[in-house]
Design a protein around this ligand. Structure first.
Ligand code: FES
Length: 107
């Protein structure tokens, strides 16, 4: 079903699957960061979701097309290399379908 038709009939199924955690159903337009809070999954957020630190970056392992487009601000913070590798800022990427997310762990 086309996205515009789903919104019209209210059949807008959005889910975030965390690779090492639970799956959570969310409203369309919810950020991955907010979905992680609903799922009780920890994502770092040094700038508080203000698109300036990049500590909230996540790898989209599937469903990248089901996210909002990368904004100029997000591209500035992440850089084109990370975006091409499949990373998004979880505080900026809004869910519009079914998305699979891997959270990088550095420690
Ligand atoms: S929380 Fe800082 S860029 Fe997302």
């Amino acid at each position: 079903m086309k996205n515009w038709l789903k919104r019209l009939v209210g059949n807008d199924s959005c889910e975030v699957h965390f690779d090492e955690g639970p799956t959570v159903a969310v409203d369309s337009g919810t950020t991955i960061m907010d979905a992680s809070k609903q799922a009780d999954v920890e994502i770092d957020s040094f700038c508080g979701g203000n698109c300036s630190c990049s500590t909230c970056k996540v790898m989209i392992s599937d469903g990248a097309k089901c996210l909002s487009k990368v904004s100029v601000e997000e591209e500035t913070v992440l850089g084109p290399k990370m975006i091409n590798e499949g990373y998004r800022l979880s505080c900026q990427a809004k869910v519009q379908g079914i998305v699979h997310v891997k959270i990088p762990r550095y420690f």
